[in-house]
Ligand binder design. Structure first.
Ligand SMILES: Cc1cc2nc3c(=O)[nH]c(=O)nc-3n(C[C@H](O)[C@H](O)[C@H](O)COP(=O)(O)O)c2cc1C
Length: 166
């Protein structure tokens, strides 16, 4: 059966909504610019790739101002948010030069800022990048990681969710 014709806008909306059926965690990717400024943004494109070598992937929208910083940095961190860190997801998903103001952070390898209270943190070497349409894919080697026994924040169908308690 043929599909009714749709505009590009309708296609994009439907594609986005359908992708949103894939439930994910939420992470904040952090690094430092060459001038020492702490940089970070919320992502849900993070995923595991390989155990040996240890590789992860995430993608960054090409229009974002932080693109040149993430392209140039040697190391960055993926901070996987706990369910009580929804405010950090919102903070790091909003354009601002003050995202780290008043936040307690740990100092990671090579000075990369690490968020506290996360359920997992991965410190990564910025090795390989691939073109991915309107995004740039980062395929990176994990050099150090830690985790805490906090439940994760979940994102599904455009909304924040929590895991059901057993
Ligand atoms: C739940 C959620 C997931 C997101 N995932 C991504 C992502 O995977 N890649 C991306 O480039 N932006 C993603 N964003 C959008 C960025 O967080 C947002 O554009 C942010 O403002 C970027 O920071 P900047 O404006 O300071 O550069 C996501 C936002 C939300 C709320």
């Amino acid at each position: 059966m043929s599909q009714p014709p749709v505009t590009h806008q309708e296609f994009t909306r439907a594609f986005r909504d359908t992708l949103g059926m894939f439930a994910t965690g939420i992470a904040v990717v952090t690094t430092r610019a060459a001038n020492g400024e702490a940089i970070g943004l919320t992502v849900n494109s993070f995923n595991s790739v390989s155990l040996d070598p240890p590789l992860i992937v995430w993608s960054l929208a090409r229009h974002l101002q932080s693109l040149p910083v993430f392209e140039a940095c040697e190391y960055y961190a993926v901070n996987v948010l706990s369910e009580d860190q929804q405010h950090l997801s919102q903070l790091f998903a909003t354009r601002s030069d003050e995202k780290f103001a008043g936040l307690d952070i740990d100092e990671g390898l090579y000075g990369v800022p690490l968020l506290r209270g996360c359920c997992a943190r991965f410190e990564c070497r910025n090795t390989v990048r691939h073109e991915g349409g309107d995004h740039l894919l980062f395929l990176s080697e994990v050099v150090r990681f830690d985790r805490e026994d906090h439940p994760p924040l979940i994102f599904h169908s455009g909304a924040y969710r929590r895991l059901a308690r057993d």
